[in-house]
Design a protein around this ligand. Sequence first.
Ligand code: SF4
Ligand code: SF4
Length: 380
Amino acid sequence: MNAPDTSSAIKRAMADVPVPMAMLAELTHRCPLKCPYCSNPVELLKAGDELSTDEWLSVFDQAAHLGVLQVHLSGGEPALRRDLDQFVACLAAHGVYSNLITAGVSLTRERLQALADAGLDHVQLSIQSVRADNADRITNYKDSLSKKRSFAGWVVDAGLPLTINAVTHRDNIDETEEAIQFALDVGAQRIEVANTQYYGWAAVNRAALMPSHDQCIQQADIVSAAQRQLAGILNIDYVPTDYYARYPKPCMGGWASDVLNVTPSGQVLPCHAAESLTDMHFENVRNTPLAEIWYASKSFNRFRSTGWLPELCQNCDRKEIDFGGCRCQAFALTGSASETDPACSLSPHHHAMEALADTLSSSQAPAYKYRRIGTGSVKA
Ligand code: SF4
Ligand code: SF4
């Protein structure tokens, strides 16, 4: 593992490139759940591929020196790393805010308390459905909902702030109101209602997961009514589906603008889905210091800011708002990561994207292809 680099190339770049605010640390791809919408890559990494304890500790040291203020400890299921408490303590020693993103079925109350004692700042708990049988079907895991409800209680008892993350799709989007009620019932401060993004396993299962236009409109109405009614009680963040959008979301707030992502094997990406850009090469912290990757790597600079945008976006007054949308979605649906995201209604590909969503959502849903390690040959 290399020490932080202070080469002249990096110093020159520091004048123009902002400091990263947050890092997503994907500690492992292992997870007891098998969600068909999982954004992890189809070729999931095995435990033997993961960075060692010392390598992750070095990544966290480098991130803190780089100026990162928040680290999201994610996966897979990060609790499957036995060294998780060391990572939390390392971040706390640097004064970096730590957020544990968990499915909530792998931690005991005692281990959660130990993480809180080590300095954990926040917990984000995923829910797949608020109906027990549907939750078990989506996760392919027995009693997941009751375990999550218990876990949420332990989080609140430990005095940790709690966010509920509800990823929605065809099979649970009609439960949005109940999901918001679940967040209230368990004492969460925030819920993120996020429609499935079709990368990784979600791309494989797109035909099974795509909601209809009517379902999405109904959900948007429910969310905006709840946001009004629960202002000051529960923060509700909403990520609508791209396929029926008018404009794209500002993916990651702009490529390599303030977030970086480290995969279980040490690949450093501008977003968690960027490995789907098969025409790009990404650096690894095992070979290159984090600061050099952030400031000087080709991959981080390729779509930074707005100078690279295609002509359609260059001439649009929204270019500083959405930065042309998502590079991974542009690549997946047009074959070029340099295109305008087809989620934009001004894109020549938008109509085909919406028509595809209509066709998929009105057809009989195929069976899920459950996420599992060692099935990298599954095709979308
Ligand atoms: S989406 Fe489901 S399978 Fe994927 S990491 Fe989260 S809990 Fe595990
Ligand atoms: S044309 Fe480009 S900048 Fe304008 S709204 Fe669409 S994606 Fe955004």
